[in-house]
Design a protein around this ligand. Structure first.
Ligand SMILES: *Cc1c(COP(=O)(O)O)cnc(C)c1O
Length: 320
C-alpha cells in the first residue's frame, strides 16, 4: 500500500523550500488574451532556480534526509532538469550527489549538473535501464535514491508551484500542466483540489508518448518505448505509481500535442511574452491554443514548467 500524499505535505514542502526557492512570477499577456478570448495566467517556472520547477521537489526531498543519509549522499537518474535540481539542492544542503544521465542529454543540462558539483554517470537511454543502474549504485554505496517523480516528497514539492498560483490569482476554470512521469501533475492536483476544487485539471503530454492518456483510460499504468519527441523532459516510458494514484483520482483528462505545436508555442512565448521556454515547458500552453474554442470567456492557468534549452537548439527548432 502506498502512503498517500496530501495537501498537508504540500504545505510542509512550501515551508521547507521558502528560504531557498524563488517565488516565480505569474505573467499575463493582453495580446494572448485577445487572441484566445480567455483570461490566461502563466506560472513561470522557467524563472525558478536552475530553470525549472524540479528544484521544488528535489530540495524538499533532500531537506528531509536524516544526518546519516546526508553524510552518505544522494543518487538519482534524470534526463536533465531533475539532475540539476538534485545537484543544486545537494550543494545547498552540503550532501554529496551522484547523477545518472543519458548519453544524449542536452549539453547545457549536463554542464549545469557538473557545475553544481554533481558527479555524473552516463548511460544509453535507448538500451539501458536507468532505474536498475540507480538501484545498484544506491545499494553498493549506501546512497539514498531520489527518483524524478515517483516519490511522495518530490510530489509534495512540485505541488507548491500551483499552490502559489492559486494564492495569487484565486479560482481558475481550468489548469493545464506538462506531464512526464507525473510528479508535477500529481502535486498540482493536490493543490488544485484544496484551493480551487472546481477547477478542471489537464495533464498534457507529447503525442509521440501518450502513455499517460492511455493509462487514465485503461485504469492502470501503461509502459511504452522511449518516445521520440523534442519534449525531452517528457520522454518518460510510464507514469510513477505514486503520481498515478493521485492522477487517476483527481485529474479530469490527459491531452496530447505535437512537436510542431510545441514549436508554435515556443515562438509565441519568445515573440509576444519575451521569455525562453524549453519544448517540454510549452506542453500546457500548446494544449490551451489547441482547445481555445472551448475556453472562451474562461479563467485559464498554465504551468510553464521550465526554460532550459541550448540556445543553438532553440534557434534550430524555431527555424525548422
Ligand atoms: C520534468 C519536467 C516535466 C515533467 O514533470 P513530471 O513530474 O515528470 O511529470 C515537465 N517540464 C519540465 C521542464 C520538466 O523538467
Amino acid at each position: 500500500m502506498l502512503r498517500s500524499t496530501t495537501y498537508q505535505d504540500v504545505r510542509g514542502a512550501a515551508a521547507r523550500i521558502a528560504p531557498y526557492a524563488h517565488r516565480t512570477p505569474v505573467l499575463r499577456s493582453r495580446r494572448i488574451n485577445e487572441e484566445l478570448g480567455a483570461d490566461v495566467v502563466f506560472k513561470c517556472e522557467n524563472f525558478q532556480r536552475m530553470g525549472a520547477f524540479k528544484f521544488r521537489g528535489a530540495f524538499n526531498a533532500l531537506s528531509r534526509f536524516t544526518p546519516d543519509q546526508r553524510r552518505a549522499g544522494v543518487v538519482t537518474y534524470s534526463s536533465g532538469n531533475h539532475a540539476q535540481a538534485i545537484a543544486l539542492s545537494a550543494r545547498l544542503l552540503d550532501i554529496p550527489a551522484t547523477i545518472i544521465m543519458p548519453h544524449d542529454a542536452p549539453a547545457s543540462k549536463v554542464q549545469a549538473t557538473k557545475g553544481y558539483g554533481g558527479q555524473v554517470v552516463v548511460y544509453d537511454r535507448y538500451t539501458e535501464d536507468r532505474e536498475e543502474i540507480g538501484r545498484a549504485l544506491a545499494a553498493e554505496r549506501g546512497l539514498t535514491l531520489i527518483p524524478p517523480y515517483d516519490h511522495p516528497d518530490v510530489i509534495a514539492g512540485q505541488g507548491t508551484a500551483a499552490a502559489e498560483l492559486f494564492e495569487e490569482v484565486g479560482d481558475l476554470d481550468a489548469l493545464f500542466v506538462p506531464l512526464g512521469g507525473g510528479g508535477l501533475l500529481a502535486g498540482t492536483a493536490l493543490s488544485t483540489r484544496a484551493l480551487s476544487p472546481g477547477c478542471a485539471l489537464y495533464g498534457v503530454e507529447p503525442e509521440a508518448g501518450d502513455d499517460g492518456r492511455r493509462s487514465l483510460i485503461q485504469g492502470s499504468i501503461v509502459h511504452i518505448d522511449t518516445p521520440r519527441t523534442i519534449a525531452d523532459g517528457a520522454q518518460t516510458q510510464h507514469l510513477g505509481a505514486h503520481p498515478f494514484e493521485i492522477i487517476r483520482r483527481e485529474v479530469n483528462d490527459v491531452l496530447t500535442v505535437t512537436d510542431a505545436e510545441l514549436v508554435g508555442s515556443m515562438r509565441v512565448f519568445g515573440t509576444v511574452m519575451k521569455i525562453i521556454v524549453e519544448p517540454t515547458g510549452c506542453l500546457g500552453f500548446a494544449a490551451v491554443r489547441r482547445s481555445a474554442e472551448g475556453l472562451r470567456g474562461r479563467r485559464v492557468g498554465v504551468i510553464v514548467s521550465g526554460g532550459n534549452v541550448d540556445l543553438d537548439r532553440y534557434a534550430a527548432l524555431l527555424t525548422s
